[in-house]
Design a protein around this ligand. Structure first.
Ligand SMILES: CC(C)(COP(=O)(O)OP(=O)(O)OC[C@H]1O[C@@H](n2cnc3c(N)ncnc32)[C@H](O)[C@@H]1OP(=O)(O)O)[C@@H](O)C(=O)NCCC(=O)NCCS
Length: 175
């Protein structure tokens, strides 16, 4: 079963399950919370026999691409427990996210990826841009970063961008 919950509605039990799952999946990025840098809008997760076996965090944000503001769902912390990997669960989570995004009149999904393969299979396209975002670490902010990045991916939901993407302002932390 796939479920979406707003962060404000998570029980302590669900927060703990997500914290443990994400810490197992990202050994170099441990966190005492169910999120890494900032509380997301919500979490989309898959349960099997009442156990959360995979999830992604959903960030609701207005970002600016070139000169235009867009309403996006950002994706971060996508993980699937090792014993359930390679069964299509991550792709199904991305499918669920597509439906949710469509229903909520979202323009695009945006994420940052180390590897593009999973996301390309799910209609995300990589691009490079001059990006700006707020640096956050352990609930401290370290000012605005401004760098050329080439590991961003975008998926069209209700809009299409016809121009080249030159500038991308996250208008908040990167996810
Ligand atoms: C990446 C991950 C979520 C995939 O979950 P999954 O349920 O096994 O994914 P699916 O079964 O839907 O698809 C499998 C595909 O994921 C791709 N994949 C595996 N690890 C990946 C990674 N770290 N980043 C991107 N894609 C990855 C593979 O190409 C595989 O495709 P293939 O079967 O054609 O080779 C899972 O391997 C995981 O939790 N890894 C640890 C956390 C992580 O690295 N998350 C990604 C952050 S960008």
């Amino acid at each position: 079963m796939y479920m979406f919950l707003h962060s404000a509605d998570l029980t302590e039990e669900v927060e703990n399950a997500i914290m443990c799952g994400r810490n197992r999946a990202f050994p170099n990025h441990q966190s005492e919370y169910f999120y890494f840098k900032q509380m997301p809008y919500g979490v989309l997760f898959k349960e099997i026999n009442n156990k959360i076996v995979g999830q992604c965090s959903v960030i609701y944000r207005c970002i600016r691409i070139n000169e235009t503001p867009y309403r996006i769902f950002g994706v971060c912390d996508l993980w699937v427990d090792e014993e359930f990997q390679n069964n299509g669960i991550a792709s199904e989570l991305l499918d669920e996210l597509f439906s949710l995004s469509y229903e909520k009149s979202i323009d695009f999904n945006i994420l940052i990826a180390d590897r593009f393969d999973l996301y390309k299979k799910n209609n995300f396209h990589p691009f490079s841009a001059n990006a700006q975002w707020l640096r956050i670490n352990n609930h401290y902010n370290y000012g605005v970063a401004s760098e050329y990045i080439n590991d961003v991916m975008i998926r069209s939901i209700n809009k299409i961008i016809k121009e080249d993407i030159i500038n991308l302002d996250f208008l908040g932390e990167m996810f």
